[in-house]
Design a protein around this ligand. Structure first.
Ligand code: GLU
Length: 446
């Protein structure tokens, strides 16, 4: 195939949450998997609700996930292109003016429903004579513009759902242009997909009907069709949809709570697939796991506890290189042995600070038996320490004091770390070093 170009097209009217990060990830991973490019398009034609600060926040949140767009466009800067396309549709008789008010439409819908008819727009505006139209305009009424759908079935081979079709005879002609001349989402999206050369439109199932309508618009504009894929939607554990207003599931909220971005990404795209949800070390690894054809068609349920557990398991397998910058930002000038020693004990990366304190000191040792601690100190080998030091030392301490198991290890752990639980002491002891270990065994804060 030619180099794929995919796009993620959020409206900057709020923060991204885990549900609407999914199309971003599915697109990004598709691009990675197929050597393609990724376009970030802000669907900001709704000037009243779109805000530059939300656009910035979206870019920041995508960056946190590891998504760096190859190009970025804003629909609000491209209005003349949409005007030209709308004119072409008008000239072709596919975009027609309508003058009904929202109230009128509502009453008409209710009448249709009362008569057991589907509430489809009746195309009354198409029957207006030139005089009637002029009279309405003279009243000061401004038209909104509808796309004239062909009453036929539109079919496509969906990247996720396979053979798909929608009968457009059962749809209302969609409004493409509002009374004030501003565009709804439908037309600019098609025009941009054509103009930017998008090859694959990957988005949520909530857009299946839009796809049928938009395929007719592509065709009316004489443009080649991209491929379409519609992934399942994410619901809460109880099956409700995720709304933009669910603050704590916003990417910012998750980030602030210390959840790993890679865990968010892995859960977001694996939760609905036949592949088990599992930790990954990079988005490239994840790209290798995600095949759109294997994404389940059933709704995917999001479970916060699963995310927490996946986040911890993600940390446990991350190589030092993947975290060294973030450790530094936490004030931890750590090296690889420190990371390898502590990562398995972390639920959140920030907890590494406490272990850094244990390694660097000072900490308050807990001495439960000063005589035992003194015997152990006397047997501590000379440096250099390595991964075998702990074993040979504790064997010697056990033999000399007649202790074993917990009675041997717990007082040493408490003396050396001030705590009852923690990473393997075989790994920590070389990091603590002989000098600090002796002081701690003597009960000194070190
Ligand atoms: N702005 C649309 C949305 O957020 C984009 C849908 C699409 O991908 O075409 O739903």
């Amino acid at each position: 195939m030619t180099t794929p170009l995919v796009r993620f097209a959020p409206s900057p009217t709020g923060y991204l949450h885990i549900g609407n990060a999914r199309p971003a990830l599915f697109n990004w991973l598709f691009a990675r998997r197929h050597g393609g490019r990724f376009l970030l398009r802000y669907d900001d034609t709704d000037l009243a609700r779109s805000r530059p600060e939300f656009a910035d926040a979206i870019a920041g949140d995508l960056g946190w996930l590891g998504i760096e767009p190859d190009l970025v466009i804003r629909q609000s800067e491209r209005l003349p292109i949409y005007d030209a396309a709308a004119d072409r549709l008008r000239a072709a008789g596919r975009l027609y003016p309508c003058f009904e008010t929202a109230d009128e439409l509502d009453r008409r819908r209710k009448r249709q429903l009362a008569r057991g008819l589907p509430p489809i727009y009746d195309r009354a505006a198409l029957k207006l004579t030139a005089e009637q139209r002029a009279a309405l305009e003279a009243e000061g009424r401004k038209p909104h513009w509808r796309f004239l759908l062909e009453a036929r079935e539109v079919a496509w081979d969906d990247l996720v759902r396979g053979a798909s079709h929608v009968d457009c005879a059962s749809l209302s002609d969609p409004v493409l242009v509002r009374e004030d001349g501003s565009y709804l989402y439908t037309l600019p999206s098609v025009v941009d997909d054509v103009e930017t050369g998008v090859t694959h439109v990957i988005r949520g199932e909530d857009h299946v009907t839009n796809t049928a309508v938009q395929i007719q618009i592509f065709e009316a504009l004489g443009a080649a069709l991209p491929a379409f894929g519609h992934h399942n939607l994410l619901t809460t554990a109880s099956g409700e949809g995720l709304s933009k207003r669910l603050g704590h599931l916003s990417l910012r909220g998750l980030r602030e709570s210390g959840v790993e971005a890679l865990a968010v990404a892995a859960l977001a795209v694996l939760v609905g697939s036949s592949d088990a949800v599992r930790p990954v070390a990079s988005l490239d690894e994840l790209a290798g796991l995600v095949d759109l054809a294997h994404v389940s068609r059933a709704p995917a349920k999001f479970d916060e506890h699963e995310l927490e557990s996946l986040s911890a398991r993600t940390l446990h397998q991350l190589p030092f290189d993947a975290v060294s910058d973030r450790l530094e930002a936490l004030g931890i000038a750590a090296d690889e042995p420190f990371w390898l020693a502590v990562r398995g004990n972390l639920a959140k990366l920030a907890e590494a600070k406490a272990w850094w304190q244990v390694v660097r000191g000072p900490i308050a040792p807990v001495i439960t038996d000063a005589g035992f601690a003194a015997s152990a100190a006397a047997l501590l080998p000379a440096e250099p320490f390595d991964a075998t030091t702990w074993k040979s030392w504790t064997q010697a301490v056990g033999a000399a004091t007649g202790t074993k198991g917990k009675a041997l290890f717990m007082p040493l752990r408490q003396a050396l770390t001030g705590l009852e639980h923690g990473p393997e002491l075989a790994a920590l002891l070389p990091l603590i070093g002989r000098d600090k270990a002796l002081k701690r065994l003597a009960g000194e804060a070190a």
